[in-house]
Design a protein around this ligand. Structure first.
Ligand code: GDP
Ligand code: MG
Ligand code: K
Length: 298
């Protein structure tokens, strides 16, 4: 019999701190890559890719609904809704210990407009007694017609493999969108650089070609304040491009930094300080030793 390959797109949503990143990191292991070029056009999405011998799962982040308390613009809500309707399944993650909360209602309302299969993922089961799960499941069952309800511990890895197997059943036959070997040890580092690059490209429109690269020089957690300090350099090929990126009295660079910081804060879930530099490095694209450093792999 022919061995079919399945592939598709999954998004994980849920209140802050329910364990979405922990889950992604667990699934990442050595198998995940964070990609810069997205087959989907939705802004600000981040992908992690899980590949095994018979399937590929592309995880898409939906930043617009990570912070339900935050008053979101119509645009972000629309982006979130569109993403949810583009994927093959949505994982709605909750914290077993906390149960139902206000932030969930916001997401459940949004899910009412979603036509794709939605799974309820009850995370942190390592922190509750098994008897607590059933009432929780009953409560959520009444609120939405979940296709699957799967308890896991993202931290300890309990039932995560099972969840992957279930997700695979929802994927259509499809291609391997990404090669197996695109792995990065520092996904957040790469995502941060991509977010900065994205802002630079968006704000300068046609003036700056896609040849700009962003190098993260330093990421430092400041234990006392709980914030993260990030230094990054935007690398351009020409002096004229450097001028455009910096803008009049630094106004463009300031704007790039402001927008990138917002997204990075949403990504990391913490306050950050972003320091941006710009430098010119002629023909950096043609020097293979630099490609790895800048996060490009072909
Ligand atoms: P996110 O905001 O949804 O991405 O949540 P994070 O992945 O950052 O997790 C928030 C906190 O919950 C972190 O301290 C994690 O270590 C913890 N956490 C995540 N998953 C689990 C789990 O399955 N069990 C336990 N005990 N803690 C978890
Ligand atoms: Mg997170
Ligand atoms: K990306």
């Amino acid at each position: 019999m022919e061995n079919n390959f399945n592939s598709g797109f999954i998004t994980i949503i849920g209140r802050p701190n329910v364990g979405k990143s922990t889950f992604m990191n667990h699934v990442i292991g050595q198998k995940i890559a964070i990609m810069s070029d997205k087959p989907q056009t939705t802004r600000n999405t981040i992908q992690g890719v899980y590949t095994d011998k018979d399937a590929q799962i592309v995880f898409i982040d939906t930043p617009g609904i990570h912070k339900p308390k935050h008053k979101l613009g119509d645009f972000m809500v629309k982006v979130a809704e569109n993403t949810l309707n583009e994927v093959d399944a949505v994982l709605f993650m909750i914290n077993a210990e906390e149960g139902y909360g206000k932030g969930d209602q916001y997401i459940l309302d949004l899910l009412q407009r979603v036509h794709n299969p939605v799974f309820l993922i009850i995370n942190k089961i390592d922190k509750v007694h098994p008897d607590q799960l059933l009432p929780l499941i009953d409560e959520y069952k009444d609120k939405y017609a979940f296709k699957e309800i799967i308890p896991i511990s993202a931290l300890e890895g309990n039932n995560v493999d099972h969840l992957i197997q279930v997700i695979k059943q929802y994927l259509p036959e499809g291609p391997k969108y990404y090669p197996d070997d695109q792995v990065t040890d520092h996904p957040e580092r790469f995502i941060i650089s991509e977010l900065i690059r994205e802002k630079a490209l968006q704000l300068t429109r046609e003036e700056i070609p896609h040849s700009v690269a962003v190098v993260i020089e330093n990421i430092e957690e400041r234990a006392n304040s709980g914030s993260v300090f990030i230094q990054a350099t935007i690398v351009t090929e020409r002096k004229s491009q450097k001028g455009i990126i910096i803008g009049k009295q630094g106004s463009m660079l300031k704007e790039i930094g402001k927008l990138a910081r917002k997204d990075i804060e949403a990504l990391l879930g913490t306050k950050i300080f972003l320091e941006l530099w710009v430098k010119v490095e002629k023909d950096w694209r043609n020097r293979p030793s630099h490609l790895h450093e800048y996060g490009f792999r072909n």
